[in-house]
Design a protein around this ligand. Structure first.
Ligand code: SF4
Length: 264
């Protein structure tokens, strides 16, 4: 089976336990205002012209984002790092975009990894049918599960999709003792509001088997990507939170019993 990916990162250390290889799937049904990887959203291959300047001269070259790869080919690449996974208790992380948008391909490659003793993580928005989540849970060892906004109307406004099914999937995974690390993007004025923080803390406190959360700071380094791909950047000049503000937030989540990391 073929899937579409746009990058592979070797020796990643922030995408799950140990040393990891992260596979970036292309395509995402969400359209978060703050997305740091706008090039991941469209499942189709995309091209742009990269301009480099040297000694006052401009050099232009075409660059393409996204390529098709078979599960066998991808598995060969993943297996190449197996020795590092074994030594560090690491494995492969499927990220994106949203890998569940290519659920059949994801299942096939994750199954190949499982059958060959490679630990699997899925970095996900959780936006998928119950059936899809429950099937994929058979071949995934650890979920890096985004939690953004609890209010359905606001979730739809800022990400393009409702949140109710996402929360239902999260609860199902938790009740079925799946290993979950929550990921909360800290977006000033959107997710980092008094009401949303209160709602998030209330919701995650009701989970029975989930105790870890990563706080992902907002940053603006991806603005140039929006220009490159002719996409609208809706965050204006929103500033990132200071290190002290992030530390205060970390303490707030620690106070409700969570193990918290900043930045994953
Ligand atoms: S879920 Fe992630 S990849 Fe998809 S739009 Fe939001 S931030 Fe971007």
């Amino acid at each position: 089976m073929q899937g579409t990916i746009f990058d592979i990162k070797h020796f990643a250390v922030h995408d799950g336990p140990g040393i990891r290889q992260t596979i970036f799937f292309k395509g995402c049904p969400l359209n978060c205002w703050w997305c740091h990887n706008p090039e991941s959203q469209n499942i189709e291959q995309e091209s742009f012209i990269r301009i480099n300047k040297l000694d006052g001269k401009e050099f232009k070259r075409n660059k393409t984002i996204g390529y098709q790869i078979s599960s066998d080919e991808l598995f060969k690449i993943i297996s190449g790092d197996k020795i590092f996974f074994e030594e560090s208790h690491g494995g492969v992380t499927f990220s994106g975009g949203e890998p569940l948008m290519q659920a059949e391909f994801l299942y096939e490659i994750a199954l190949l990894c499982k059958l060959n003793g490679i630990q699997t993580c899925l970095d996900t928005t959780g936006f998928a049918s119950e059936k899809t989540i429950q099937k994929i849970a058979r071949v995934i060892d650890c979920f890096l599960f985004d939690i953004k906004l609890i209010n359905n109307v606001l979730h739809k406004k800022y990400t393009n999709v409702p949140v109710d099914g996402i929360l239902k999937n999260l609860r199902w995974l938790d009740e079925n003792h799946k290993n979950i690390i929550l990921r909360f993007p800290v977006i000033p004025g959107i997710t980092n509001t008094e009401t949303n923080l209160k709602d998030i803390k209330e919701f995650i406190s009701t989970l029975k088997n989930t105790q870890q959360i990563d706080l992902l700071p907002f940053h603006t380094i991806s603005i140039s990507k929006y220009h490159r791909f002719n996409k609208e950047y809706k965050m204006g000049d929103t500033p990132a939170l200071s290190d002290d503000e992030m530390k205060e937030l970390k303490t707030e989540f620690e106070n409700i019993g969570f193990v918290v990391s900043i930045g994953g």
